[in-house]
Design a binder for this molecule. Structure first.
Ligand code: M6R
Length: 603
């Protein structure tokens, strides 16, 4: 979703902005632009489409040492050049980039901007006109910015440049992510650290409703009343090589391949050399004290919550309930007496999940964020954090974060179960079992060509498909179908195998692809096979993914057996590859599917 980058100081701003925007591409966008200040030769360049399209429009004359850039994921108004950021005030003096949604932009337009001629339809253009208007009304730039912030409602990350004084970038944020990067003789502002690590590894957080006056030598943080806030910087442990594709054609394939390494990394992080759990005792106690665990998340992270539910319940003896974050933020159901909230989020920035966390904090509910991004908003604002240690996930389609989430929750579940004195938890040799999972993943990954071949036969021309399974296989089916539809645009449903005959089976016709997942007990497997027969009898084109030991002649993909608590990890890998090859074979942009963003920072 929208990305912001800005730099002020002694560097080549054009180069830094373009490099930064390229690093922000993964977030999803449909237009982009930069503003580079240079007196009368300042440049504002925008383009619909990819960063490469923007780059093609940038000549050598676009140079300077202060600038702001933006990737826009359309919310208000279509993806057009007029709607692309940066936006300018009525006189062109002020230039603004924005991430978020200004909820009261129409009221602002009516109340303050009568007679203003707006080029596009965005809420951002209204914000920069508002600031410009206040300066026209004789406020200083800082006062005008603060006054605008006091009026604007909603979510925002802003970076503002005054073309008449380009030694400063004015920055503010509320609910949308934004981070300061500190350099020697230059400073930066950006939506995330990854887009700045080529330039610096020293960062400073900005909290909601804070303003930063950024110059080449200082980043002064204040509240909206102008009170200065002391804020320490920190050094990020990020490795530039982590965010390269290497020899891979797409990040998604690289990230799928990284999963055995991620499993091993989690073992070394959350267990000691004797195999004892290495989880913050305060987190364990907090879960122990709860009478119910609520997992709140969106998309793949939500599916990872389901994939972990049975294991969490069995090991901790605590009921687990799942909630769609976008629903719970505003429709919180009746909770148990002693709830514990677990926010699952790869990015740690999902606005829907954050809204739930804001509510939970207001209600005094203890919370744990399980995320891949240290220092992310959800991590900062929850009571506790557990990190996924999966390395940056760049492809929009989440893969390694899903398996890392299930594995991380397994460590938590075992630690809590052991603390509760549960024999099943003590007997569950997680370190050993997760090592087997890593090997199972490797075995599936070695079958890529075979899987690609099957995908070509099954999915090359279809417009729709089904994944079916029971129990944990149903939960994997949910994730498998999300993955397939988001990157191949095949309409796909993940269905409880037994539920099909209650209505949805009417959609099955000659050639409808149905992928059956079978990893549970013999008994459950037999029932799923019955459901597969039912669709086959109605013309479905069936592909089976079966756990070793349950296979029969004619099955398509056989997955190595792993411990039942971790079977969702074992089963999901081939479905990730199915989605990858379906997208690839259709000639689509696997890493950047249309309409989607990596970090969904608006509600
Ligand atoms: O960063 P999060 O895990 O909070 O993101 C939640 C969803 O937006 C995300 O999982 C999305 O569904 C993925 N693109 C799916 O691959």
């Amino acid at each position: 979703m929208c990305g912001i980058v800005g730099v002020v100081g002694n560097r080549n701003a054009t180069d830094i902005l373009m490099q930064g925007l390229e690093k922000l591409e993964y977030r999803g966008y449909d237009s982009a632009g930069i503003y580079v200040a240079n007196g009368d030769n300042s440049s504002l360049v925008k383009s619909v489409g990819r960063i490469a399209d923007l780059r093609a429009k940038i000549g050598i004359d676009v140079s300077g040492s202060t600038g702001i850039g933006h990737t826009r994921w359309a919310t208000h108004g279509q993806a057009t050049e007029d709607n692309a950021h940066p936006h300018t005030s009525a006189t062109g003096r002020f230039v603004l980039v924005h991430n978020g949604v200004i909820e009261n932009y129409l009221q602002i337009k009516e109340e303050y901007l009568a007679g203003h001629d707006l080029k596009g339809q965005t809420d951002t253009e209204i914000a920069v006109h508002l600031i410009g208007q206040f300066v026209e009304d004789s406020l200083s730039v800082l006062e005008a910015f603060k006054k605008a912030l006091s009026i604007i409602e909603g979510s925002y990350a802003f970076a503002l440049v005054d073309s008449e004084d380009t030694d400063t970038i004015y920055v503010a944020k509320n609910k949308s992510p934004l981070l300061i990067g500190l350099g020697d003789g230059y400073n930066m502002v950006c939506s995330d650290a990854m887009a700045m690590i080529r330039e610096t590894s020293e960062f400073m957080e900005i909290h909601d409703k804070e303003l930063v006056i950024l110059t080449k030598d200082a980043a002064t943080v204040t509240d909206y009343d102008g009170n200065e806030i002391e804020r320490d910087s920190y050094t990020a442990e990020l490795d530039l090589s982590d965010i390269g594709k290497g020899t891979y054609p797409f990040y998604m394939l690289k990230e799928i391949d990284e999963q055995p390494t991620v499993m091993r990394k989690l073992i070394s992080t959350y267990a000691d050399s004797e195999g004892n759990m290495n989880i913050d005792p305060a987190i364990v106690k907090s879960v122990q004290d709860a009478d119910r665990i609520y997992i709140l998340a969106a998309g793949t992270s939500y599916n990872a919550g389901f994939a972990s539910k049975a294991m969490l319940e069995k090991l901790t003896d605590t009921p687990v309930e799942l909630g769609v974050a976008s629903e719970w933020g505003y429709n919180m159901p009746l909770l148990s007496k002693k709830p514990m909230f677990i926010l699952l989020s790869q990015s740690g920035e999902t606005a829907d999940s954050r809204q739930v966390l804001v509510k939970a904090n207001e209600m005094g509910i203890p919370s744990l964020t399980v995320t891949n991004v240290p220092g992310s908003t959800l991590s900062r604002e929850a009571t506790y954090t557990m990190l996924l240690h999966a390395g940056p996930e760049i492809a929009v389609a989440s893969t390694k974060a899903y398996t890392a989430q299930v594995a991380a929750l397994a460590f938590l579940a075992k630690a809590v179960g052991e603390a509760n004195g549960k024999a099943e938890a003590a007997e569950f040799d997680l370190v050993h079992e997760l090592s087997i999972v890593a090997q199972s993943i490797e075995a599936t990954l070695s079958e890529k060509d075979m899987i690609a071949d099957k995908v070509e036969k099954l999915l090359s021309t279809t417009r729709n498909a089904f994944y079916i399974g029971r129990g944990n296989d149903y939960y994997v089916a949910m994730e498998a179908s999300l993955k397939l539809k988001e990157i191949s645009y095949i309409q796909c449903e993940g269905f409880a195998a037994g539920e099909l005959k209650h209505g949805t089976i009417s959609l099955i016709e000659d050639g409808t692809p149905v992928i059956g997942l079978i990893s549970s007990s013999e008994l459950v497997a037999a029932h799923t096979r019955g459901n597969i027969q039912e669709v086959a009898a109605r013309g479905a084109n069936v592909l089976t993914v079966v756990e070793e030991g349950l296979e029969r002649e004619g099955d398509d993909i056989v997955v190595n057996k792993v411990h039942p608590f971790l079977a969702t990890i074992g089963m999901v890998i081939s479905t990730q590859l199915i989605a990858y090859y379906a997208s690839l074979q259709r000639g689509l942009d696997v890493d950047k599917p249309r309409n989607l963003a990596k970090a969904v920072t608006v509600e």
